[in-house]
Design a binder for this molecule. Structure first.
Ligand code: SIN
Ligand code: FE2
Length: 216
């Protein structure tokens, strides 16, 4: 039997439509998970995880870092993209080639050809961390999609409407899942519910998220 040749079932990659313009690519990043984690280590040794402050002065519960030409930052002055890490004053670490390639191929699989991200936000969630409903709207070109990669502990994604008041659907995300939204779904509200404690063989007590965007 073919199955025995491999010793185990190959991972099942499926495309799960959410709404017009949005899909979950189940396990899409699974084959790359270990090297993605190694790249996260490298990036965050140069630009360490930190809890940025919202304009209102509250610390974000997720720890963040960035790589690429531009990084997303928040502080008392507001939300924006900038080329330098505000902690060091140096440019953000370069986006690893494997990140760019994964984002491009995920976008293409979701129907968005030619995606070339210039910004990657790295979120690290510890138990108790969450991200409230928000729109990704600090980018200049809303024709480009968002590609969002989940690694490690599972978390529940909330995917809402174009108005904050619209009740979001809940989508459980597991290690290796990739969500892509663009076109008519580009400005939908989204967030993640509170991370529950757990232990993952690759990421320990954390969940990581890579969000790829075309900022300029
Ligand atoms: C985000 O919207 O920036 C993060 C979403 C996630 O962690 O899945
Ligand atoms: Fe977002």
């Amino acid at each position: 039997m073919t199955q025995d040749l491999f010793g185990e079932q190959p991972p099942e990659q499926t495309v799960e439509p959410l709404v017009d313009g949005a899909v979950v690519l189940r396990q899409f990043a699974l084959p790359n998970a270990e090297s993605l984690m190694a790249d996260i280590e490298t990036v965050t040794s140069e630009a360490p995880f930190r809890h940025m402050k919202t304009p209102g002065g509250h610390a974000m519960s997720a720890a963040m870092s960035c790589c690429g030409d531009l990084g997303w930052v928040t502080d008392r002055r507001g939300y924006r993209y900038q080329a330098e890490d505000p902690e060091s004053g140096r440019p953000w670490p370069a986006m690893p080639a494997a990140f760019r390639e994964l984002a491009r191929s995920a976008a293409e699989t979701a129907g968005f050809e030619g995606f070339e991200p210039d910004a990657c936000l790295i979120n690290r969630y510890q138990p108790g961390a969450k991200m409230g409903l928000h729109q990704d709207k600090d980018e200049q070109d809303f024709t480009q999609p968002i590609v969002s990669v989940s690694l490690g502990l599972p978390m529940v994604f909330q995917f809402g409407g174009l108005k904050r008041s619209e009740r979001p659907i809940r989508v459980p995300l597991a290690h290796g899942d990739v969500v892509v939204w663009g076109g008519p779904a580009r400005m939908r509200y989204h967030g993640v519910l509170t991370l529950k404690a757990g232990e993952h063989p690759l990421t320990g007590g954390y969940r990581y998220n890579l969000t790829f965007r075309r900022a300029r």
